[in-house]
Write a protein that binds this ligand. Structure first.
Ligand SMILES: NC(=O)c1ccc[n+]([C@@H]2O[C@H](COP(=O)([O-])OP(=O)(O)OC[C@H]3O[C@@H](n4cnc5c(N)ncnc54)[C@H](O)[C@@H]3O)[C@@H](O)[C@H]2O)c1
Length: 465
């Protein structure tokens, strides 16, 4: 199987060359970059040709007809979430492997739902799916290098897009998707399920109620030991591992960053303004390969270049800071950090704990983390209050996948503004290429693109309370 565009070469050359023109702070970048035009073009994007998609509601749908591209592990589990809701149909599915669409069809049949049209027609078969009249919304769950061509094709065909994470790892592509969404008057959202997890929504309510005071700092991560998948024999491991041979950067920024961006009202009153990033060396995959892969396996020819730890610091326009981490190649328990710290207290996830000024009654409370349980009654999010039981029982990832889909279906059915838009998708994905540019230049600071083109200051909700 050939692949989509894998190396965002132009972006990184543009980034480093432009950094060189930005003065002494960026001098080290001059040696890292060789050619290219100004990163300024990537910071501000091309001139806007069409109105913004901020605040644009979906049209109302009595019946929502999904087309699904990519019926691997994620595609089929999300497809099953879709079909739990009345008035939702999956009318077409597409994959390059008939075995994958075959498994999806069996699943759909087992749920008692009509069998969709099946498109298996090589790498570009998706072009036939997006053109179909019986598809309103295209869901993309393919390897990262395919997200951009598939999302563009769907927007050009006049379909809404819900893409898996990250939307893209190339700044130019991100701007093209912003433009395409605005031109098509269709949403291009990233289905960032972690924004709908229990703690994330409860803490969002607490933030909005002022429990943490003025926010100052957040921390977010994707720290997940994926070594056995990455160096396993499945196709899934293969394509994902391949990215470790291409880029030294944060490969997967959005699971941790999306919820923290929501706490901080990013694109809704504040914006990410600059980023600086550092990578450790790359040791974990080499060690794991040595210990677990049979000698002589072709995997030994691969050269991994993505540092085990990538750590970025982001500064916002309103002088808040965010620490963002990525590590999927060392032994460790799962951790998205999920920290938010304000003038009146702090919350930290994994495990969940809280410390508020308001709880310090005497010396014995000083420096002691508290359990989150006492806050559940007052701050539990309405989505979990209403749908939590069924979400926990039937939904993927502890229920957050169900709730994300519940909310997407609600927005589509009732013609509401979606919780996440193309500006969020690009902003949360951008630390991928930005960290790459910063690391390549010796941890240089890089300005953060404003995908809203100046509309970030207006207050508006992301997920309603
Ligand atoms: N949100 C989450 O919690 C979550 C969890 C896992 C994966 N993901 C994301 O989902 C996406 C898919 O990951 P996965 O783990 O399911 O991988 P996977 O390898 O299991 O599935 C990818 C599928 O895409 C198919 N495919 C490849 N090229 C294609 C093309 N040109 N056209 C149509 N189909 C094509 C493959 O055959 C495969 O069936 C990735 O973007 C990943 O980051 C998200």
């Amino acid at each position: 199987m050939s692949s989509g565009k894998l190396i965002p070469r132009r972006s990184i050359l543009k980034g480093t060359a432009a950094a060189a023109s930005m003065g002494p702070l960026f001098a080290s970048a001059a040696t890292a970059g060789k050619a290219g035009s100004d990163i300024g073009g990537l910071l501000t994007g091309p001139p806007q040709k069409n109105p913004t998609m901020i605040g644009v509601p979906f049209e109302k749908h009595d019946v929502i007809r999904f087309g699904v591209i990519g019926t691997g592990v994620r595609g089929t589990t999300t497809l099953a979430e879709m079909l739990k809701f009345p008035g939702v149909e999956v009318t077409a599915i597409c994959d390059v492997l008939p075995s994958k669409t075959g498994d999806a069809v069996k699943l759909i049949e087992s749920m008692g739902k009509p069998v969709p049209a099946v498109v298996v027609d090589g790498d570009h078969g998706f072009e036939r799916l997006v053109e179909r009249d019986d598809v309103d919304f295209v869901y993309i769950a393919t390897p990262w290098e395919w997200h951009f061509p598939q999302a563009m094709a769907a927007l050009k065909a006049g379909k809404h897009v819900g893409c898996e994470v990250p939307l893209s790892y190339d700044l130019e592509e991100m701007w093209q998707l912003v433009d395409a969404s605005e031109a098509a008057r269709k949403h291009c959202m990233m289905l960032e399920n972690c924004c709908y997890d229990y703690d994330e929504l409860l803490v969002l309510n607490m933030v909005r109620a002022g429990a943490f005071g003025e926010l100052v700092h957040g921390e977010a991560a994707y720290n997940h030991d994926l070594r056995s998948i990455l160096l396993g024999t499945s196709d899934r491991g293969k394509w994902r591992r391949h990215h470790h041979t291409l880029r030294d950067s944060n490969l997967y920024p959005t699971h941790g960053l999306g919820p923290v961006a929501n706490y901080m009202n990013i694109n809704r009153g504040d914006r990410f303004k600059s980023i600086v990033s550092m990578s450790s060396g790359c040791f974990g995959l080499n060690q794991y390969r040595e210990d677990h892969v049979a000698k002589g396996d072709p995997m030994f020819a691969e050269k991994y270049i993505c540092g085990d730890y990538n750590t970025s610091l982001i500064k916002t326009d309103k002088s808040k800071s965010v620490l963002l981490q990525h590590n999927e190649s060392l032994p460790r328990p799962y951790d998205r950090i999920n920290l938010i710290h304000g003038t009146k207290g702090v919350f930290r996830g994994y495990p969940s704990r809280i410390y508020l000024d308001a709880d310090v009654k005497d010396d014995k409370d000083l420096d002691v983390w508290k359990n989150l349980d006492p806050y559940k009654e007052k701050y539990e999010h309405s989505l979990w209050r209403l749908e939590g039981e069924i979400a926990r029982k039937t939904g993927g990832h502890g229920g957050m996948d169900y709730l994300m889909m519940y909310r997407l279906v609600e927005c589509l059915r009732e013609g509401l503004v979606p919780d996440m838009d193309v500006y969020d998708a690009t902003t949360w994905s951008a630390p991928g290429p930005l960290s790459q540019i910063s690391v390549a230049g010796g941890s240089i600071p890089i300005d953060f693109p404003d995908f809203t083109r100046g509309r970030w200051e207006a207050k508006r909700d992301s997920i309603p309370s």
